[in-house]
Every structure is written in C-alpha cells, then in structure tokens.
Design a protein around this ligand. Sequence first.
Ligand SMILES: CC(C)(COP(=O)(O)OP(=O)(O)OC[C@H]1O[C@@H](n2cnc3c(N)ncnc32)[C@H](O)[C@@H]1OP(=O)(O)O)[C@@H](O)C(=O)NCCC(=O)NCCS
Length: 198
Amino acid sequence: MTGVRGLFQVLAEDLDAARAHDPAARSRLEVALAYPGVHALWAYRAAHRLWRVPSLRLPARLLSQLARAATGIEIHPGARLGRRLFIDHGMGVVIGETTVVGDDVMLYHGVTLGGRSLNRGKRHPTLGDRVTVGAGAKVLGPVWVADDAQIGANAVVVKDVPAGAVAVGIPARIRVPNAPVADRPRNEDPSELIEYVI
Ligand SMILES: CC(C)(COP(=O)(O)OP(=O)(O)OC[C@H]1O[C@@H](n2cnc3c(N)ncnc32)[C@H](O)[C@@H]1OP(=O)(O)O)[C@@H](O)C(=O)NCCC(=O)NCCS
C-alpha cells in the first residue's frame, strides 16, 4: 500500500487495533492521544521509512531513540512490523533490528524480541500472524513463533513455537499436546516471509 491515502488507512487500522484489543479504549481520539504503544508504532513507521534509505539511517535511529524516551518502547527502525500491531501499556518493550512481526499481533509491556548472539545477520525472532506475547516475556534468537501462538507472561522462549500453541515458563514449554511441529516457512530469508506495511 502506498501514498498518503494508504498511509492514513494504516494509521487508522492501528487505532482500531488498539480499540479491538483493549476494552478500556473508548474512542480513536483517546487512543491517538493516550496510548504510548500507538505513538511508538507510528514513530517506528516513520523511522522505518527513513531506514530504508541508506543515507538516512542515523536520523532513523535518532527518531527511534526519541520515541523510546517518550514512550519507554524501543523499536529498532530496521525491524519489519506488520499491520494492526498493538503494544498494550508498552513500557519496557524492546524489538530488535532483525525482528519480523506479522499482522494482528499483540505485545504487552516488558516484552523483549531480542537476540542471543552478536552476529550481524538474522538474530531476532520472527512472529507470525495473530501472535500474543504476554507481559514480561522474552523471545530470544532467530526463533519462529507461528500463527496464533500465545506466549505466557514472563516466559522465556528460545525455541520455535508451533501454530496455535501456548508457551509458558522458563525455558518455555509448549502447552498444546499434538500440536504440529513448528511450521517454519521454507523461505530462507525471514525478511521475505511476511509482507509488511511501509
Ligand atoms: C499463557 C496464557 C496465554 C494462557 O492462557 P490460557 O490458554 O487461558 O491457559 P490457562 O490459563 O488455562 O493455563 C494453561 C496452563 O498454563 C499455566 N500458565 C498460564 N499462564 C502461565 C504463565 N504466564 N506462566 C506459567 N504458567 C502459566 C496454567 O497454570 C495452566 O497450567 P496447568 O495446565 O498445569 O493447570 C495466559 O495465562 C497468559 O500468560 N497471558 C498473558 C496475559 C498478560 O500478559 N496480561 C497482561 C495484562 S496487563
């Protein structure tokens, strides 16, 4: 989706995603003014546009850090986030550079989508569509969390999570018996797995 109209549609979707996920949200205006998760996401969408121009990567990082100071949410501008992401409460969320997030994902405060190595390549998680990550959970390394999975509050996930599974504890164990083996797509480049917005 391109152009100003497409951009406004994406921003409106972000507001509606917050309303859909938070029973306390009463209007788009309230969400636009009072939800740090939405502010951080919008700053990310702008920073990511800058990041895609190699000469503008420093301004992208600065914008990202400004948003972090204002919201307590750190999203690296190189991350690839899908549509209608909702970050509830937000404070303490960290999303690393090579993270990929699908559509309709929900993250609570204190979530880390982080790395476990100092390699420059893909080192952060890939989340499918409709994944929920509970408060304080850490998803570490280039793991694949498949569609509709739920990560429990304070879990530490270091291995792939199958579609629809619930992962809880440290290290996280899968709570759905008979779940299919993690259905990581065959595509070798995680950045191409999920269409992202801007
Ligand atoms: C993981 C979660 C999604 C599971 O929800 P659910 O599908 O309803 O599952 P249940 O509540 O039936 O729990 C299933 C099992 O996992 C355990 N469990 C649930 N959440 C857990 C957690 N965060 N850590 C460890 N164990 C957990 C339950 O005790 C239960 O264990 P049992 O089978 O031995 O009895 C949910 O408990 C959770 O943590 N959601 C995150 C919510 C959050 O972060 N809210 C913040 C609001 S500000």
